[in-house]
Design a protein around this ligand. Structure first.
Ligand code: 3PY
Ligand code: MG
Length: 241
């Protein structure tokens, strides 16, 4: 299990994002599926993050080659592709993340315009990470084929949508220790192909339960959650109003 701790962010505010980038997490995941991060915001955030060492991923809005290319052009170390329902979806995502001859990514990185250096296509193909989300019944049914898809580097579980679409709860999903249960199937499929396996946890308690399944690449919290927790802690400590 490759372990690392990331923070999931929805903000389009560049100053807040830079603070979070320097807060000790191993990586950030900018969520462009839910929230205000559109293509223009992504560009501004990518330019700001080019000046800090913390890598960022972009959760793109859908299986969308244009968005995948734009996220990587903006300097993302990888993409997290949601709502995948089949191995064919996974293949489309993987092809969009790599330049020819491995894929169909179009040339247009912004690093040189921002004072940096563009990775050459071969290096970019080597370094980029294409995470495919497993959060639908279709992806779960096809998980072995998805894991075997060339160019898919990791399986990333979305517990909220997976539970919703399976008609169960996140609690039940995380506590399911059946060796044929959904999380066990994802971990086994990833393991057979030597892939990374990650997930959105959202809280340290959920992260512990996901690690118990062998899932170590985790978005442990989110910008909204740390803000809410900070406010709660301050109000609880200040008992003398
Ligand atoms: C999910 O849990 O479904 C996610 O996509 C995490 O944001
Ligand atoms: Mg989801």
């Amino acid at each position: 299990m490759e372990s690392s701790r990331g923070i999931w962010t929805s903000t389009a505010d560049v100053d807040l994002l830079l603070r979070l980038a320097g807060s000790g997490f191993d990586w950030l995941a900018l969520d462009a599926q839910h929230g205000p991060v559109d293509r223009a915001a992504l560009h501004v955030l990518g330019r700001a993050l080019a000046s800090v060492p913390t890598p960022f991923l972009v959760r793109v809005p859908a299986v969308d080659a244009a968005w995948i290319g734009a996220a990587l052009d903006a300097g993302a170390a990888g993409v997290v592709v949601p709502s995948v329902t089949s191995a064919a979806d996974a293949e489309r995502a993987a092809l969009a993340a790599r330049y020819p001859p491995l894929g169909e990514r179009s040339w247009g990185p912004f690093a040189p315009l921002w004072g940096g250096v563009a990775q050459d296509p071969e290096a970019a193909n080597e370094l980029v990470r294409c995470w495919v989300m497993v959060e639908t019944p279709g992806a779960l049914d096809d998980v072995e084929a998805i894991a075997a898809t060339p160019g898919v580097d990791g399986l990333f579980v979305g517990p909220l949508d997976l539970a919703l679409s399976l008609g169960t709860t996140v609690e039940a999903l995380l506590d399911d220790d059946d060796p044929d249960g959904p999380l066990a199937r994802v971990v086994a499929a990833a393991g057979r192909q030597g892939l990374l396996v990650g997930a959105f946890a959202g809280s340290p308690a959920a992260a512990r339960r996901l690690r118990a399944h062998g899932i170590g690449f985790l978005a442990v919290t989110s910008d909204a959650a740390v803000l809410a927790a900070g406010v709660r802690a301050v109000l609880a400590e200040d008992t003398d109003p």
